[in-house]
Design a protein around this ligand. Structure first.
Ligand code: 8YV
Length: 326
């Protein structure tokens, strides 16, 4: 019987819905950090499918090369900078991600982080818990959302969900992306630094990877100015940390709210020491409700592939059916 089942590896935290969903239909090999080498060597030659359960777990070319029959990688999360897409394209491997099901959750978190950063809610709560309210009022916050303009960096599905919420808050929105987005009426800036000059608040919700590395650098932060606020909901790599830490320290910008970091869960200690930074432990999509939908989509993509049907959400770089390399 087992011979009929495709061999699938699970790389990363064995999330319950994914393990339960894959254990029956597939011959599942769970690769954990402490068994990785032996498990990969044992399962390697027969593996045709993989589930990657999310950053920081990676599936780079060196790992994919251990699975010469690999056809399909179902990745958890909408961002897939933890997957070696170039290797996948070159080896006719189709990759899927989990878009759409997390849009509203991540947009909610973005607004939460924005409000926390502008109005200093976490700092005020710490003040109360420390018993300081009986001594004095928490100071009025210097920043407000009332006079701000948000420059979105990225205007994909989640970007639009954030922009809709900002409209509800009465906050004007403009955006930067490589190309203007069809059907989007907000003003488009082809150049990041030009947008930074015209706005005081940046919300980053663009894919990670080499093409967006250090998009927010010292020049952009200077252009943003002393009332500047940077909210990062995308990937840590999009921000030049040294430049942002310096700008926050020297009050060249007002504050930052960060949900993502380059080497998470490690967070540079300079951020921890800054009182004008609000730091979230990558909470974007982190509710039971949304994570279950993401986990189910990882399973459903693999089930569709195994049934010879098109995967539900292949990434654009590896469309279905797989392109055959010449
Ligand atoms: C997840 C995310 O927290 O979907 C993404 O790209 O960043 C988040 O929704 C992350 O994938 C968890 O590993």
């Amino acid at each position: 019987m087992a011979a009929d089942k495709a061999d699938v590896v699970l790389i990363g935290v064995p999330k319950k819905l994914i393990v339960d969903g894959l254990s029956g239909p597939f011959s599942l090999h769970v690769i954990l950090k402490d068994n990785a080498e032996a498990a990969i060597a044992k399962a390697g030659p027969n593996v045709r499918g993989a589930a990657v359960t999310g950053a920081p777990d990676k599936m780079m070319g060196d790992v994919m090369a251990r699975f010469p029959k690999l056809e399909f990688v179902s990745s958890f999360g909408v961002g897939y900078d933890n997957i070696d897409v170039k290797y996948a394209v070159e080896h006719n491997i189709v990759v899927s991600n989990t878009p759409e099901v997390l849009n509203e959750e991540v947009a909610d978190t973005a607004l939460g982080l924005l409000l926390c950063t502008v109005r200093e809610f976490p700092q005020a709560e710490r003040f109360l818990r420390a018993g300081k309210w009986t001594e004095r009022q928490y100071p009025l916050t210097k920043a407000t959302l009332r006079d701000r303009t948000v420059g979105m960096v990225g205007m994909g599905r989640i970007g639009r969900a954030i922009a809709r919420r900002l409209e509800g808050f009465g906050v004007p929105v403009v955006y930067h992306s490589r190309n203007p987005q069809a059907g989007v009426s907000y003003k488009h800036y082809p150049k990041m630094v030009d947008m930074a000059r015209d706005v005081d608040t940046l919300i980053l919700i663009t894919p990670g990877g080499p093409s967006t590395r250090h998009l927010v650098n010292a020049e952009v932060l200077d252009a943003l100015g002393p009332w500047g606020i940077v909210i990062n909901m995308s990937r840590g790599t999009v921000v030049d940390d040294a430049a942002l830490i310096a700008a926050l320290k020297q009050r060249k910008i007002h504050a930052a709210g960060l949900d993502v970091f380059v080497n998470e869960p490690e967070v540079p200690k300079e951020y921890l020491e800054l009182d004008n930074a609000v730091l979230f432990p990558h909470l974007g999509s982190a509710t039971v409700y949304t994570r279950q939908k993401m986990e189910q989509l990882v399973v459903d993509n693999l089930l569709a592939w195994a049934a010879g049907k098109p995967p539900l959400t292949p990434i654009p770089e590896t469309p279905w059916p797989p392109k055959k390399q010449a």
